[in-house]
Every structure is written in structure tokens, then in C-alpha cells.
Design a protein around this ligand. Structure first.
Ligand SMILES: Nc1ncnc2c1ncn2[C@@H]1O[C@H](COP(=O)(O)OP(=O)(O)OP(=O)(O)O)[C@@H](O)[C@H]1O
Ligand SMILES: [Mg+2]
Length: 603
């Protein structure tokens, strides 16, 4: 898939972006556009004033000379005055529209429910270009207006030339090669750039790895530094080589096209002066207008080239992102149940990561009963985290379906479903905020609710972490921030777990090895406490909590796993066994064997 495959068509996309700008800043956009047209006029009329001046002087007509002189004066002053005003208006418009568009793109990206756009290479390159282009999106409006201004100048100039002799319009035909070269150039260069986009991304990634703090420890220990530098150089060359070649070639063609136009210009002046035997005024007009024509065509094609390269592609990517975000929401109309009565069913679910073929989950069918604690075990890479991610709707199953109380999960709006999810992940993120906010994020409406945060911290057994912080919950985390402190990996993990415990009424709680950095004893105690709380439903509840909450627990420690009500054993993307600890032990299969090994090691 090339990076422009499947993008929406160019002109409608551009129109959409113009409308978006209009919605954001209707008045500024209109004024800005009119000003650029108005500012174009005095400049284009200069040739006319020159002709009138020469005609007046040679015919000794004072009135004409005065008119021409006045016209020249107004033109000169007008050009300057209108440009100053128009620049000011445009700058204001650009500043404002940039903010609006950046917010729009960020909001779109964050609103996309799945993670696919962050992982599929073709999408990644597209997103990277879009991200870098957001900053120049404002320039695109300016460029669009300027292009219209140049086209107006071009039209006026052509009309003046034709007024001398229609054949002079041919001058524009000789300018066509320059137009073609200019429109073709950015495309070729961009294509070379995009072909090397992944090499370029690799180069930047390697640079980050070599220079940032996070990988610093391992980079030094492994002494991989020199290798990184060499690889980066290599990746950079792979990107830059073809790009430089493409630039050189297209520049040569461009120069040739301009030579053709230059010859035609000289021909036109000779034709008017000796062929038509026209007066000095007309020759002057052709000289001035012809010279301007080349400048105008140059500017027009330059701007059009920019428009094509950035604005069209940029607006197509923006339109793609808008459509993509919208397509994922479409059809999500089923309500999320208030409480789980039947639980969650996987029906023949298979999954391969976007852009890959290998099934990471293969025909998985399990029933997770309401109110139960379900443990998922399996070797590294068995697909445990992937199964959890599907439950969180970070991806859609490739085949099969997931039913929540009989309703397909894919039909529930991701936002609504996620508001009933809680949990902590293996690869949690370190939110470098105050400890209060870093935990409070788990339930956004209660971000600042210190008692709620403290309760979550307690549930996660992270009291000791907070007690050690200089300013308690108010402590800024992350050493690069003013008064920020660094905490250990295990402490970060405990805070992540507390964040996962913020929501009080989740339907699904996922704990994907959130305690891997803790010692086995602490993990055991934590889960024992947690499982007891989860099961102690109020009187009258069928089973477990009143909400029928399901808890998914991923752990490599069988001492923890055995506490679960139901255990699913994954191996090589498939479910090989499932049942209670007792049933699985009695069966004497893979679970019993692995349990035996760990138990023996502890004895
Ligand atoms: N984003 C991804 N893109 C492509 N493949 C992936 C991605 N994430 C995981 N995989 C692959 O999917 C398989 C299952 O990964 P998963 O993370 O689900 O395993 P796991 O059972 O959680 O392992 P662990 O015990 O190490 O956490 C692995 O082979 C991995 O290579
Ligand atoms: Mg995992």
C-alpha cells in the first residue's frame, strides 16, 4: 500500500479543509481572501500606466501624461499599503486557524478508538506527515489566497498583452513547459521522500535511542552506541540519496523549460517593435507585461506546486483522518449494559495484528461468567495481553466476535464501553504529573478528588509509595520537572495499579501483570485481598458484585492464579485448557504440569 492509496480525492478534500477554516474563522478568512485579491491589482496594472505614459509623452498629450503619472503613483503606494494590511490580516488569520486545526487533528487522533493507526506502517507514515504538516496547514490557506492573487495578476497581464495583438497570448503557451515542470517537480520529489519515509523514521528513531535518557542505561551497558550511530547514518543515506537525485533531475528539466520561455519573450518584443511597427507605448507595455508575465507564471506555478504538494496532500490526509475516525464510530449504537447478567463470550475469535498475517489468537471461544475472577496463563507471547486488548476494544477481532451480555462488543460505542473498564497494563505509561493526578486520571471526573484517590491508592497497596513522597499526593513526579522526583519502576507500577482502581463500578477489571515488579508475596496478598472484595457481593446478588463485574487477571505466578474462579490456559494462540484450579489439576494437563514445576521450586 503506497501512502496515497485510499486517500480521499484531492479537490473535495481541499474544499473540506477550506470549509473547516471558514468554520473556525469566517470573518478573518473572508477579509484575508479579499485583501489578497485587492493587493494583486495595482501591481498588474503597472504595465498599463507605463504604456499610457509613453503614449502621452510621444503624442504630447498632457492629460494622458497626468493620468498615467497619477496611476503610477497610486499603484506604487497602493501596492505597498495593501501588502502591509493584507499581511497583517493574513498573519492573524494564520495564527488563529493553526490553533483551530491543531486542536482538530489532536482531537481526531485521540478520538480514534483503536490503536491500529499507531501501528500499521502505512498509516504511521501518513500520520507522521500529517503531524508535521499541521504546522504548515496555516501556510496552506495563505498559499491558496496568494495563488488566487497570482492568477488574477496573470489574467490582467494577459488581457493587456492581447489588447496589443492577440498573437501575444502565445507567450503564455511558451510558458507552459515551466508550468508542467513546476507542477511535476514537487510530486516527484515528494514521491522520493515518501518512498524513503520509513528509512527517515528509522534514522530519527535511532537518533532518539542514542540521545534520550530512557534507553540511556541499556545503550551504555550494551555499548551499542557506535553501532546506533552507524545504523542511523546508513538509514539517513537510504532516505537522502534518492531524494537528492530526484531533486537534481527535476531542477535540470525546470531550467530547460525556463530557457524556452526566455527565447519566446525576446521573440515577442522583436515582433511588436519591428513586425507590428507599434509605438513606443506598446513596446513598453509588452516589455513590462512580458517580463511580469514570466514572474507571474513563475509565482503561480510555484504556489500551485506548493498547493499540490502540501495543501492537496495535507488536506487529503486530514480528510482521510476525519473519515477514518468517523468510520470507526459508525454503527456503534448498542447500549452498554448497566450490569452483567450473562457475562462475556468469545465466539471463535481469531486475531492477527494489523499489517501482519500470523494469528496471535486462533479460534478462541470462552465464556467469562459474571461476577467471576478469571485468570489467563500462558508462556510469553501466548497472546494474553492481546486477548485483554481485544476486550478493551483497542483492536477489533479479525474473525469471530465478542459478546457482552449477548450484544456484540463491536456495536457498543468505544467511549461508553471504556467508561465501564478499569485496570492496569503490563506496559503502563508513566504520567509525569502530580501523584494525585497521575492516579486520579483513572477516573477523569474525579481527577482532583483526593479522598477517592487515596482510597484507590489504598486498594492498590500503594500507600507506602505515597507516604515516601515529600509532598504526598501533591508531589510532582518525573525528575525533569521543577521539584519533580523520580520513583522506582515498582513504585511507578503500584501507582499505575492505583490508577486502575480509580473507577468504582467497572464491568470489567483487567489486571495484566500489573504486579510483575512486586515480589510474589505482595502480589499474593494484594490479590487475595482483591479477590475477596470482588466476590463479596451485597445480599441478593446472584454472584459476586452487584454489577456482575468480571476481573481478568494475567499472571505468571500460579500461587496467585490458583485463587481465580476460572483459569484459561493459552498456548500458541489457542486455548488449550480452561476450568477451575481443582479441575485443571485433576486433569493433569499443561496447567497441572506448570503448577507442579513452580510449586516444587517454592518448596
Ligand atoms: N503491536 C503488535 N504488533 C504485532 N505483533 C504483536 C503486537 N503486540 C504483540 N504482538 C505479537 O503477538 C503475540 C502475542 O503477544 P502478547 O503480548 O499478547 O503476549 P503475552 O501472552 O501477553 O506475552 P507476555 O507474557 O510476554 O506478556 C506475540 O508473538 C507478539 O509478537
Ligand atoms: Mg502480556
Amino acid at each position: 500500500m503506497s501512502s496515497t492509496d485510499g486517500l480521499p480525492p484531492a479537490w473535495p478534500a481541499m474544499w473540506r479543509a477550506v470549509k473547516r477554516g471558514y468554520e473556525a474563522e469566517p470573518r478573518l478568512l473572508s477579509v484575508s481572501f479579499s485583501m489578497s485579491l485587492l493587493a494583486a491589482l495595482p501591481d498588474a496594472l503597472l504595465a498599463l500606466w507605463l504604456k499610457l505614459l509613453a503614449d502621452g509623452l510621444s503624442g504630447d498629450r498632457r492629460g494622458l501624461v497626468l493620468t498615467a503619472a497619477a496611476g503610477l503613483g497610486v499603484s506604487a503606494a497602493g501596492t505597498w499599503f495593501l501588502r502591509v494590511i493584507s499581511d497583517r490580516v493574513q498573519r492573524r488569520f494564520r495564527d488563529r486557524v493553526t490553533i483551530a486545526l491543531e486542536a482538530h487533528v489532536a482531537q481526531l487522533q485521540a478520538s480514534i478508538a483503536t490503536l491500529e493507526h499507531h501501528e500499521r506502517p502505512a498509516y504511521l507514515d501518513r500520520m507522521a506527515m500529517l503531524r508535521s504538516q499541521v504546522f504548515v496547514l496555516d501556510h496552506m490557506y495563505w498559499s491558496l489566497f496568494t495563488t488566487c492573487g497570482w492568477i488574477l495578476r496573470l489574467g490582467v497581464t494577459l488581457a493587456l498583452l492581447v489588447s496589443i495583438h492577440p498573437a501575444l497570448a502565445l507567450l503564455a503557451v511558451f510558458a507552459l513547459p515551466t508550468v508542467l515542470a513546476s507542477t511535476w517537480r514537487p510530486g516527484v520529489e515528494r514521491a522520493a521522500d515518501e518512498r524513503g519515509a520509513s528509512a527517515n523514521r528509522l534514522a530519527r528513531h535511532l537518533f532518539d535511542v542514542a540521545t534520550t535518557a530512557a534507553p540511556g542505561k541499556e545503550v551504555r551497558l550494551t555499548r551499542i552506541g557506535d553501532r546506533l550511530v552507524a545504523q542511523r547514518r546508513d538509514a539517513w543515506e537510504r532516505w537522502y540519496g534518492p531524494v537528492a537525485t530526484a531533486r537534481r533531475q527535476s531542477a535540470a528539466w525546470h531550467a530547460l523549460a525556463w530557457a524556452v520561455f526566455g527565447a519566446a519573450y525576446v521573440g515577442a518584443v522583436v515582433f511588436v517593435a519591428s513586425g507590428l511597427k507599434a509605438g513606443a507605448g506598446s513596446v513598453l507595455l509588452v516589455l513590462a507585461a512580458g517580463a511580469r508575465l514570466s514572474a507571474y507564471i513563475g509565482a503561480t506555478v510555484g504556489e500551485v506546486g506548493f498547493l499540490r504538494g502540501f495543501w492537496l496532500e495535507g488536506s487529503r490526509r486530514l480528510a482521510w483522518l476525519e473519515d477514518y475516525a468517523a468510520s470507526l464510530v459508525r454503527g456503534a449504537d448498542a447500549p452498554v449494559p448497566e450490569r452483567l447478567a450473562e457475562g462475556i463470550r468469545f465466539e471463535h475469535v481469531s486475531f492477527a495484528y494489523p499489517g501482519t498475517e500470523r494469528l496471535v489468537l486462533d479460534d478462541v471461544s470462552v465464556h467469562l461468567k459474571p461476577g467471576s475472577v478469571v485468570a489467563i496463563v500462558g508462556e510469553n507471547g501466548a497472546g494474553k495481553t492481546t486477548l485483554v486488548k481485544l476486550l478493551c476494544r483497542l483492536y477489533e477481532p479479525t474473525r469471530g466476535r465478542i459478546l457482552v451480555d449477548g450484544i456484540e462488543l463491536a456495536r457498543m460505542p468505544p467511549e461508553a464501553w471504556r467508561s465501564r473498564l478499569a485496570g492496569a497494563f503490563q506496559d503502563f505509561f508513566r504520567f509525569e504529573l502530580s501523584a494525585l493526578h497521575s492516579v486520579g486520571l483513572g477516573d477523569l471526573p474525579r481527577l482532583d478528588d483526593a479522598p477517592a484517590v487515596s482510597a484507590a491508592v489504598r486498594r492498590a497497596g500503594a500507600d507506602d509509595v505515597v507516604e515516601q513522597l515529600v509532598a504526598g499526593l501533591q508531589t510532582q513526579l518525573g525528575p525533569t520537572w521543577p521539584e519533580g522526583v523520580e520513583i522506582s519502576f515498582g513504585q511507578w507500577q503500584k501507582l499505575a495499579l492505583a490508577r486502575g482502581f480509580m473507577r468504582e463500578r467497572p464491568l470489567l477489571l483487567v489486571l495484566d501483570e500489573p504486579t510483575a515488579a512486586l515480589d510474589a508475596e505482595t502480589e499474593h496478598a494484594l490479590f487475595e485481598h482483591y479477590a475477596a472484595a470482588a466476590r463479596a457481593g451485597p445480599p441478593g446478588a446472584v454472584r459476586g458484585t452487584a454489577d456482575g463485574r468480571i476481573t481478568i487477571l494475567v499472571s505468571h505466578r500460579f500461587s496467585t492464579v490458583r485463587m481465580a474462579d476460572f483459569i484459561v490456559v493459552l498456548d500458541g494462540a489457542r486455548v488449550v485448557e480452561s476450568g477451575t484450579h481443582e479441575a485443571l489439576m485433576a486433569r493433569g494437563g499443561q496447567y497441572a504440569e506448570l503448577y507442579g514445576i513452580q510449586a516444587a521450586a517454592y518448596r
